[in-house]
Ligand binder design. Structure first.
Ligand SMILES: [Zn+2]
Length: 275
């Protein structure tokens, strides 16, 4: 009698464990599967909740905000140089559907550059001082930043944040409605706006992926991929000199980056088209 009773208890406990497990893992699985995408070139699986249109709209809004607060460089030669290199990189991506824009921001203290979804690029005069003697160095910066946009890294980070905030179950309930409308409601409810693209740092994985794909873009655009090593060595020397670089905030260590870039030279050379 006692044995039978114990067996019932074990059965009921395992049943409730199974149910709890399903409640935890099933929504996570469904949410993951329904939002899984594949990054171009690298084939990495990505969890992205935003539709491409959401991403483009938010990118455009973030671009307007950023430029509204910035001082645009009045130097036409600089603007032309950045636009010329940028156009070659843009062509190399094959994303002719993007409305590409290139802007130089007049700020010598900021050693930075970025590209928002849809091909909205900004380069600060602070980083142009490092690249002024060779366009291939500028192409390294542009290739890397543009890769963050074509690989949807911003949308991926926002999706991860939403999952953390809402949890898998909350997201599953939200996604049972129409995806497009739901994501907009979710984004609105959490005050997740365009500025998040600027605030959320990229992950190490994304930084490495942008390095690898950026190298391919610069090679396709006619810039020798070995120039990327020269650029990142310059950046390493600058940061070792005690200058804090926003551009490097979540980037891999200098040694890892240089080793990786060396390893990827062969792959990039397969795309190299001499200018
Ligand atoms: Zn980056």
């Amino acid at each position: 009698m006692k044995d039978r009773f114990l067996r019932w208890i074990v059965f009921l406990v395992s049943l409730s464990c199974l149910r709890a497990g399903l409640l935890t893992f099933l929504p996570a699985g469904v949410v993951y599967l329904s939002s899984c995408q594949t990054a171009e070139i690298t084939g990495r699986k990505q969890f992205i909740l935003l539709s491409e249109q959401d991403e483009l709209d938010m990118g455009l809004e973030a671009y307007r905000q950023a430029l509204g607060e910035a001082k645009i460089s009045p130097n036409p030669a600089l603007q032309e140089k950045v636009a010329a290199v940028g156009k070659k990189i843009a062509e190399a991506t094959g994303h002719s559907e993007y409305d590409w824009k290139f802007t130089v921001i007049d700020d010598d203290k900021t050693v930075n550059a970025w590209c928002l979804p849809g091909g909205k690029v900004a380069v600060y005069t602070g980083i142009l001082k490092l690249t002024e003697e060779d366009d291939a160095l500028l192409a390294t910066v542009m290739g890397h930043e543009v890769a963050h946009a074509t690989l949807h890294h911003g949308a991926e980070r926002i999706s991860q944040e939403l999952l953390i905030t809402l949890g898998a179950t909350g997201l599953l309930i939200a996604l049972q409605n129409k995806k497009q409308e739901t994501v907009e409601i979710v984004l609105g409810a959490f005050g997740v706006g365009a500025q998040l693209f600027a605030v959320l740092p990229f992950s190490r994985t994304q930084e490495s992926e942008a390095d690898r794909v950026g190298l391919i873009y610069m090679a396709k655009a006619g810039y020798h991929p070995s120039k990327a090593l020269e650029f990142w060595k310059k950046m390493a020397a600058l940061s070792e000199g005690g200058i804090s670089l926003e551009f490097l905030s979540t980037h891999p260590s200098h040694e890892t980056r240089i080793e990786d870039l060396l390893e990827w030279q062969g792959e990039a050379m397969g795309y190299y088209k001499k200018n």
